[in-house]
Ligand binder design. Structure first.
Ligand code: IDP
Ligand code: MG
Length: 157
């Protein structure tokens, strides 16, 4: 049974530097997912280590840490039905060369090292990664605001 989920998405420094923020956010919005948190930030040493703890010791780990801190990222919480797997489907395979055409990585990146986006790989990873980058009071339920305004408007004389 698929469920409403939230996942952590980051536009990595190459995506930000190349001016792809709008295009990438649009992919998630047009799919129908809700962006419930969004901010640009410089990843700290502690955040980089926590985020990529599972890769520590691998040959590419030092480059991965340098890459994620090489410029600002745009961090997001994205919500929707089956959003964890769905976001990764939209992003495509880790290696842009193997990603299906039409996915973000196939369309915007060339090599595995610099693959433009991050998306959590499970609901558990999503909650862990969201907590690295966001306080709960930075995550919003925007569905409420318009419905309350519309109700108020309709109720007004
Ligand atoms: P994912 O981002 O698709 O979940 P992971 O295996 O979790 O892929 O790897 C995290 C990131 O580390 C990748 O997005 C990529 O930037 C980098 N990376 C992964 N594997 C390699 C590799 O074999 N060589 C170089 N960089 C890699
Ligand atoms: Mg991963």
């Amino acid at each position: 049974m698929r469920a409403e989920e939230r996942t952590f998405v980051a536009i990595k420094p190459d995506g930000v530097q190349r001016g792809l923020i709008g295009d990438i956010v649009k992919r998630f919005e047009t799919k129908g997912y809700k962006v419930t948190a969004l901010k640009m930030l410089q990843v700290t040493d502690a955040q980089a280590k926590a985020h990529y703890a599972e890769h520590e010791g691998k040959p590419f780990y030092p480059r991965l840490i340098r890459y994620i801190q090489s410029g600002p990222i745009v961090a997001m919480v994205v919500e929707g039905y089956n959003a964890v797997a769905g976001v990764r489907h939209l992003m495509g395979s880790t290696d842009p060369d193997k990603a299906e055409v039409g996915t973000i990585r196939a369309d915007y990146a060339q090599v595995m090292e610099y693959n433009v986006v991050h998306g959590s790989d499970s609901v558990e990873s999503a909650e862990r990664e969201i907590a690295i980058y966001f306080n709960e009071n930075e995550i919003f339920d925007e569905r409420k605001c318009m419905s309350e305004l519309v109700t108020e408007y309709l109720d007004a004389d």
